[in-house]
Write a protein that binds this ligand. Structure first.
Ligand SMILES: [Zn+2]
Length: 390
């Protein structure tokens, strides 16, 4: 089936290219040979000899400015099929021709850079992309070259180099890249934080917000820097803004917020905020933070009643386990043992469930990855909500 999916566009590309070539060159004596190659290719195709069919089509497809897009499309099909070497061969043989226009030359070089990138020849791809950018290509090639160069530097974790390339693009050209660029700034901020260079880290976080004002990661890092410097109010302000940026991440803020409010000796303020959030953005972590405060202030029974009431509205495995824990701590000895068995089972069930989930490819796991390890997209992984999550 895959083979046919590959052959249909290949056949269309070659047929169009061949017709265009024929229109341009119908007075050339080689036409009969080309026609023969074309029909031989068809024959191979019908006999399911794909490789031979492709070779015949390449020979049949005359190279001129009209058929170059068909050659590039053909090579792209090879690259997508995983045969990058053959794509490189096609592009290199096209580049060897002396009668190419500047635009065609640029387009083929760009396609060759994509081949190098696909096959992991990153140094070659980088050099070629830098060369393309220095040769004043048209706007499309210029933007494609910049986007691929940014992707390449990101793959090598050369975040600053990626940002330097982005800086040369216009606001319009940056569209679609803003979220990942903000993550590159956060990556750099984390490096600075690891060596306690907080001022540099803060400046990178401000840059992150300039790309994506809703960067939850930048807000969390901003709060972490403030916490390290005992600036509790500043940390609280950074964490609170996550409610507006993406409330799905509020579960990430609870422990940090409680720590800051405790340092300020303002636990009642924390309680007020949690009540407000539970109303607006219901989640198990917020509910359990409130239950903890009730345990500390009023004891286990009112806390148990609160959790039971909340579970009726929003059932969750995590909430259920917390409720059993409260009963275990305060139940009579006989009841206690059977509850322990039940808790063991539901605890295992909770442990077996992932906590985060990529909304693009479905990859899920226990850790929050800002770049999905499976589909490589940035900022697509979020905490899981519902019965088995928040
Ligand atoms: Zn993914």
């Amino acid at each position: 089936m895959d083979e046919y999916l590959f052959i249909i566009p290949l056949f269309a590309a070659v047929a169009i290219g061949w017709l265009l070539g024929r229109r341009q060159n119908n007075k050339q004596p080689s036409q009969n040979t080309l026609q023969q190659e074309y029909f031989r290719g068809l024959d191979f195709l019908l006999s399911e000899k794909t490789d031979e069919a492709i070779d015949s089509f390449i020979r049949a497809l005359e190279i001129n400015s009209d058929t170059i897009p068909a050659h590039i499309a053909l090579a792209k099909l090879f690259r997508k099929k995983g045969d990058v070497e053959r794509a490189i061969q096609i592009h290199q043989s096209l580049l060897a021709r002396s009668n190419l226009s500047h635009d065609d030359f640029m387009r083929i070089q760009m396609a060759l850079a994509r081949d190098y990138y696909a096959v992991g020849l990153l140094d070659r791809a980088e050099n070629l992309l830098i060369e393309i950018r220095s040769q004043r290509p048209d706007a499309d090639v210029r933007q494609n070259a910049a986007a691929l160069l940014i992707k390449l530097y990101a793959k090598e974790k050369e975040w600053q180099q990626a940002l330097d390339v982005a800086q040369q693009l216009s606001t319009l050209e940056l569209l679609g890249l803003d979220v990942e660029l903000s993550h590159y700034c956060c990556e750099l901020a984390e490096r600075y934080m690891a060596s306690q260079r907080y001022r540099h880290a803060m400046s990178k976080l401000n840059e992150a917000f300039s790309f994506d004002k809703n960067s939850v990661r930048a807000s969390l890092l901003l709060a972490d820097i403030a916490i390290k410097q005992a600036e509790w109010k500043k940390a609280i302000a950074a964490l609170k803004q996550i409610a507006q940026q993406d409330s799905a991440f509020l579960s990430e803020t609870i422990d940090r917020l409680k720590h800051c409010y405790l340092e300020l000796n303002q636990l009642s303020e924390f309680e007020r905020l949690m009540k407000q959030w539970l109303n607006k953005y219901p989640s198990t972590s917020i509910m359990l933070a409130l239950a903890d405060i009730i345990v500390e202030r009023q004891g286990a029974y009112p806390a148990g009643a609160f959790i039971t009431d909340q579970l009726k509205k929003r059932p969750s495995l995590k909430g259920f386990n917390q409720l059993i824990d409260l009963y275990i701590a305060h139940a009579a000895k006989g009841t206690n043992e059977s509850l322990m068995v039940l808790r063991g089972l539901t605890g295992q069930l909770e442990l077996s469930k992932p906590v985060y989930h990529c909304q693009r490819c479905g990859f899920s796991g226990k850790s929050l990855h800002w770049q999905c390890p499976s589909c490589q997209n940035w900022g697509t992984t979020k905490p899981i909500h519902g019965l088995e999550g928040e």
